[in-house]
Structures are given as structure tokens and as C-alpha cells.
Design a protein around this ligand. Structure first.
Ligand code: NAD
Ligand code: TYD
Length: 356
């Protein structure tokens, strides 16, 4: 009953692995390269659990992937490993092509040749679940209907293009070789263990240390926010009941402008950490926009709701409250991830933005 998880020391991957064990769902082989975004501390709760086997390695390493398949004969792969931050993909797209496209290709190739040697019943039960994003569909105008599974791909950032390429490979491996694949395309996640390069944790941590809150452009860009545990539930549901070869859109039904999100964080911090001099929102600073910044994402998650009876259980208010509380309650985790290399990234991404 073992599953192989890739990228299980990152934000969503570690939440997924922790939830998986909380459900008593079986052993996990966790393959992660531990890039800047991978953090073994996220998995601290599993340190004495013999059913969690952590493997420090790269999904592009064919021999390693082959040996893990042969040794552990997993019943599924849940593939999270990726370079995941749009701004980093603008500064340096090479790693995105390498991990997101070639890494996914490596996994698909090794799974294909390993499965060919397995008994028909094992082949039939196996699943390759690819975790992807709404960003493959491009950008919506304010009144456009949300993305459906059938919306044509139109990726705009190097990150989105690399994920779209991976999605196409996954689709092709099902269509051509009959690989039992599943894909989830999800909207923006937030929650515990998110690396503070992304909007919500960056704003929480800047606000509690009284640093400026750098809103790109006018702050009118819209994202559809989903609490990470709801995403994990959706992935488990797709793994159990999804139709092989299909993709499922997953969304939070929470479309917010960036300015609304930042103001909501500030209001929660005004409650939890009142600053007698001025509200946290006074720290908001409008800075130079992201090049090619997608205006709006929104997901039509009707297919997964009807076919697999999944809907999110967290509202934006309750999820954001939990998230702010988690960052306030975990100063050691925060101190660890905001040292050294993180500071260099902040300098690189924000120093030249100035005021909008
Ligand atoms: P993350 O950046 O927090 O974590 C990525 C993990 O992958 C890290 O642990 C990293 O060490 C690992 N990794 C990177 N390159 C690797 C390689 N070559 N080999 C092995 N491991 C490697 O990302 P996340 O936010 O947890 O996203 C996980 C997945 O979900 C990604 O595929 C992402 O595209 C997708 N996704 C993310 C969001 C979101 O809002 N965060 C939304 C939709 C989809
Ligand atoms: P992000 O968390 O990077 O996710 P994505 O780009 O994948 O949607 O950004 C979410 C939104 O917040 C996006 O519109 C860009 C914006 N943003 C800011 O305004 N300021 C920031 O410092 C960051 C990191 C993001």
C-alpha cells in the first residue's frame, strides 16, 4: 500500500504527507531534493515513524527513480516536486524547465518501463497523480467565466509554461502508452508551512516585523484562494475515485484582489498583535508590477464536486485566521526559513521595484 510522494518536504507536499499519516493511509516514500523550498522541519512530527521513508534526491535522477520503484513497488505516485514561484521563474527560468518538464518526463519514463514489467492487476491499480496549477490556463478578464477543464492552455509565465508542458506530457503518456494518470489543476493555496516568498506568508511576516508590504501594481489582480488542507483532501479523493486519464480543476470559490487579501491579513494582525501607533495596513506599499502579471485566475470546480463529491470545507476567513495564527505560533520555523538565502532573494526581487 506504499505511495511515492515527490516534493513532500515543500509546502503542499508536507501538508499532504502529514494528513496522509493522520488518516492512517499507509507508508510513504518521500523523494525531495531539498531546494530552498524544501524543509525537513515540516516533517518533524514523522521523525519516529518507520512508515515514512525520506529520500534526499532529484526527480531528474533516472537511476534513483528506477531503484525506488523497484525496491518499494508503490501503488501510486503523487507528484508535487516542482519549482513553484512565478517571480523566481522570471529571474531564472532554467530550473523550471529542468525540474518541472524534464523531472516530470523522467518520472513518466521510469514509471512506464517499470509498469510494463508488472502483473496486469498491479498495472491496473497503479496511479500517477500529477499536481498542477490553474496558471496553465492563462489570465481572465474581470467578467470572464472561470477556467474549466476544457479551457485551452495559454500559460504566460515561464513557471506556468513549464507546468503546462508537464501536464501535456502526462496527458500524452496516458493517451499513447495507457499510463494510468490523473491530474489536478488547483488555484492558489495558503496555510501552514508555506515558504514566505508567496503573497500570504510574505505579508504576514513583513507585517509582524514592521516592514513594508509590497503590493505589485495597484493590487487589483485576483486569485482564487484555497486552504491547503482542502487541496490535500481533493488530491486524496482524486487518487481514490478519479477517472484515469482525466484532469480535475480544484478551487476555493474565494476570489479576492491582492489588496483585499493584504487588508484582511492586516486586520487579523491588528487583533492579534495590536500596534498602538498605527494599523498594520499603514505598511502597505505599492511597488513596480510583475512583468506579464496575470490579471485574474478563477476555477470552475463543478466537475470534481459532481463526479467526486468534493467541495472545500474552509472559508477564506477561517482559513486565513488559522494561517496567521500558525505563523505567529511558530517563530522557530520562521527564523529558520528567513535566514541567509531568503534575504538574498528578497533583495533580488524587491530592491529594484521602488514605489509604483
Ligand atoms: P514548494 O516550492 O513549496 O515545494 C516544492 C518541493 O519540491 C520542495 O520541497 C523542493 O525541495 C522539491 N523539489 C524541487 N525540485 C525538485 C527536484 N528536482 N527533485 C525533487 N524534489 C524537488 O511548492 P508547493 O507550493 O508545495 O507546490 C507543490 C506543487 O503544487 C507544485 O507542483 C506546484 O506547481 C503545485 N501547485 C502549487 C500551488 C500553490 O499555490 N502553492 C497551487 C497549485 C499547484
Ligand atoms: P504569489 O503568491 O506569488 O502566487 P501566484 O503568482 O502564483 O499567483 O502571488 C499572488 C499574487 O500576489 C500575485 O498576483 C502577485 C501578488 N504579489 C504581490 O502583490 N506582492 C508580492 O510581494 C508577492 C510575492 C505577490
Amino acid at each position: 500500500m506504499t505511495i511515492l510522494v515527490t516534493g513532500g518536504a515543500g509546502f503542499i507536499g508536507s501538508n499532504f504527507v502529514l494528513d496522509w499519516f493522520a488518516q492512517g493511509a499507509g507508508p510513504v516514500i518521500n523523494l525531495d531534493k531539498l531546494t530552498y523550498a524544501g524543509n525537513p522541519a515540516n516533517l518533524h512530527a514523522l521523525k519516529d515513524n518507520p512508515e515514512h521513508v525520506f529520500v534526499h534526491g532529484d526527480i531528474c535522477d533516472r537511476e534513483l527513480v528506477r531503484s525506488l520503484l523497484e525496491r518499494h513497488a508503490p501503488r501510486a505516485i503523487v507528484h508535487f516536486a516542482a519549482e513553484s514561484h512565478v517571480d523566481r521563474s522570471i529571474h531564472g527560468p532554467g530550473d523550471f524547465v529542468q525540474t518541472n518538464i524534464l523531472g516530470t518526463f523522467t518520472l513518466l519514463e521510469e514509471v512506464r518501463s517499470w509498469l510494463e514489467k508488472q502483473a496486469p492487476s498491479r498495472r491496473e491499480d497503479f496511479r500517477f497523480l500529477h499536481v498542477s496549477t490553474d496558471e496553465v490556463f492563462g489570465s481572465l478578464a474581470p467578467h470572464d467565466p472561470p477556467f474549466k477543464e476544457s479551457t485551452p492552455f495559454a500559460p504566460n509565465s515561464p513557471y506556468a509554461a513549464s507546468k503546462a508542458a508537464a501536464d501535456h506530457l502526462v496527458r500524452a503518456y496516458h493517451h499513447t502508452y495507457g499510463l494510468p494518470t490523473l491530474t489536478v489543476n488547483c488555484s492558489n493555496n495558503y496555510g501552514p508551512y508555506q515558504f514566505p516568498e508567496k503573497l500570504i506568508p510574505l505579508m504576514i511576516l513583513n507585517a509582524i516585523t514592521h516592514k513594508p508590504l509590497p503590493v505589485y501594481g495597484e493590487g487589483g489582480n485576483v486569485r482564487d484562494w484555497l486552504y491547503v488542507q482542502d487541496h490535500c483532501t481533493a488530491i486524496r479523493r482524486v487518487l481514490e475515485r478519479g477517472r484515469v486519464g482525466e484532469s480535475y480543476n480544484v478551487g476555493g470559490y474565494n476570489q479576492k484582489t491582492n489588496l483585499e487579501v493584504v487588508n484582511a491579513i492586516c486586520a487579523l494582525l491588528d487583533e492579534a498583535r495590536p500596534n498602538r501607533k498605527s494599523p498594520h495596513s499603514m505598511l502597505i506599499s505599492f511597488v513596480k508590477d510583475r512583468p506579464g502579471h496575470d490579471r485574474r485566475y478563477a476555477m470552475d470546480a463543478t466537475k470534481i464536486a459532481i463526479q467526486l463529491e468534493w467541495t472545500p470545507s474552509e472559508s477564506f476567513d477561517s482559513g486565513l485566521r488559522k494561517t496567521v495564527a500558525w505563523y505567529l505560533d511558530n517563530p522557530d520555523w520562521v527564523a529558520h526559513v528567513t535566514s541567509g538565502a531568503y534575504r538574498q532573494w528578497i533583495e533580488k526581487n524587491y530592491a529594484k521595484r521602488g514605489e509604483a
